[in-house]
Design a protein around this ligand. Structure first.
Ligand code: UDP
Ligand code: UDP
Length: 475
């Protein structure tokens, strides 16, 4: 962790920049922020601070932050104390979105933290953009916005205000959205919350979209070769007028945190994977923050069983990990667990997904297509059977399908829609993809392209170096 590349600014005699990072909430945002933190620190010679707001929503975030600061003691922690606010109008709202709102309402409290930090630049999460940019401007601190998901979704977000002004004035519902020069996002792929103009997420999303032009620059965890149209449309301003420079810096590389995450991780799946033949295992995970309904869980279990393939399945019972008191046998039944014993490994614990995806035994990833999962599959060259459920996941599944390193059955269930995908459907699709040589080849070429992008001299490497250069020269 302590080996550092001193960065271009050192050879050019610029001062070492101090970059302050401000993530929002949920592992899907925290993971790419910590990857950005460690890459800026280790590969580009920056001083780095991370703003944290405690307690975190999930215990996964608490463990991840503890591990970051333990393994990288030089990365400083700035603690933000959240302003208290009334939540009654948010009863039943997604706890991660409620945290975005709490952070947004605490934006003014950032001023003293930032003023005391002698920062060169602030990099804030997209969920906080519209409230944080004015605070940074007041301090004359350059403010960059980091979009932790796909460039395609970023293009959608940047374009949405224009779409609404033209088509849906007066709070009408969102229909199919043709993102210029990028792709059509059909109404059925628009994140669920955005269909309700009064949802807190919708209000934040639109305000953030409108604020992008006032940022000093935009970072996205994407790379040119995977989403060429979307990256170009953001850079050329096709999706919104007056956007600042765009830096496509992905897929940001993982930093391993052995100390922290291992504590909660039995790790027994790694020796099990070692004992399986190459590309024989289907890895199944729907991310860190959503559980499948019970009836869908049983069909998935039966489908994996019927596919005849080996599998490693990470099961979640609740949205927030702290609330999860369920037992595997309650969720899936003792009979199932006994029947698949040896052939299928099912766990409710946190697994080190990047290691799992890099393991030679893994041949397919059934994924909800959270963007981090997609980038990890791309970097590992593992084909994806996409089963998006929520938020930006259908847009991301479209990226996977267009790039050809996976498949997406568009009629498969989406949160808020009725219908359960049957065991037969699941088994058939798994068998097909496990036997698909073409998809495996494409996945291998995507892996090569991802590696080239982040290697010294690659498109993402150069983009991040240019961002660092701007930070150290104060622009
Ligand atoms: N993750 C993991 N182990 C788990 C579950 C998730 O390492 O058991 C990681 C995964 O590798 C990814 C992140 O948590 O980096 C989840 O982010 P993603 O965008 O894929 O989905 P989200 O959880 O936000 O829906
Ligand atoms: N979990 C998570 N992130 C973590 C650890 C756990 O999302 O870092 C989820 C996990 O998938 C499970 C639940 O939280 O659904 C309980 O996990 P824990 O590791 O606490 O399970 P235990 O070891 O107590 O069975």
């Amino acid at each position: 962790a302590e080996t550092r590349n001193s960065g271009d600014h050192a050879t050019r005699g610029w001062p070492r920049p101090h970059v302050v990072l401000l993530p929002s909430a949920g592992m899907g945002h925290l993971v790419p922020f910590t990857r950005l933190a460690t890459t800026l620190y280790s590969c580009h010679g920056c001083d780095v601070s991370v703003v944290t707001a405690l307690p975190t929503v999930s215990s996964a975030e608490a463990r991840h932050l503890a591990a970051l600061f333990a393994v990288f003691p030089a990365i400083r922690r700035l603690e933000l104390h959240l302003a208290s606010f009334d939540v009654p109008d948010f009863a039943g709202a997604d706890p991660f979105y409620v945290r975005y709102e709490a952070l947004r309402r605490s934006a003014s409290l950032l001023a003293p933290l930032l003023a005391g930090a002698s920062a060169s630049a602030l990099v804030a999460d997209i969920a906080l953009a519209s409230v944080v940019i004015p605070v940074a401007k007041e301090l004359r601190l350059p403010c960059y916005i980091f979009f932790t998901a796909s460039a395609t979704m970023f293009a959608f977000l940047a374009y949405l205000p224009t779409y609404l002004d033209a088509n849906a004035g007066g709070g009408q519902a969102i229909g199919d959205v043709d993102v210029p020069s990028v792709c059509r996002v059909p109404m059925s792929s628009v994140p669920q919350a955005l269909h309700d103009p009064d949802d807190i997420f919708t209000r934040q999303f639109i305000a953030n979209g409108r604020s992008l032009a006032s940022a000093d620059g935009l970072l996205v965890n994407a790379f040119d070769a995977l989403e060429p149209e979307a990256v170009a449309a953001l850079r050329q301003g096709t999706v919104a007028a007056g956007l600042p420079p765009v830096f496509a810096v992905g897929p940001l590389s993982p930093a391993s945190f052995p100390a922290g995450e291992a504590a909660r991780d039995s790790g027994d799946y790694l020796p099990w994977l070692d004992a399986q033949p190459a590309r024989s295992v289907v890895y199944v995970s729907f991310g860190s923050r959503k559980a499948l309904p019970r009836d869908q869980l049983s069909e998935l279990a039966a489908g994996l069983d019927a596919s005849g393939h080996r599998f490693l399945w990470v099961v979640k019972g609740t949205v927030v990990d702290r609330d999860d008191a369920s037992e595997l046998s309650d969720l899936l039944g003792e009979g199932f667990l006994q029947r698949v014993h040896g052939r299928g490994l099912v766990t409710m614990a946190w697994v080190r997904q990047e290691e799992v995806l890099k393991h030679p035994a893994v041949g397919l990833f059934i994924s909800h297509c959270g963007w981090n999962s997609v980038t990890e599959a791309a970097s590992s060259g593992v084909p994806v059977l996409s089963w998006p459920r929520f938020a930006d996941q259908r847009v991301n599944a479209g990226v996977v399908a267009r790039a050809g390193f996976g498949a997406w059955v568009e009629r498969w269930s989406w949160e808020g829609e009725d219908g359960v995908v049957s065991a037969e459907d699941i088994a058939e699709k798994v068998k097909m993809l496990m036997a698909d040589e073409a998809v495996r080849k494409t996945a291998a070429s995507v892996r090569e392209a991802a590696a080239r992008a982040v290697a010294t001299g690659g498109t993402s490497y150069r983009s991040l170096a240019e961002f660092v250069q701007r930070c150290s020269s104060g622009s």
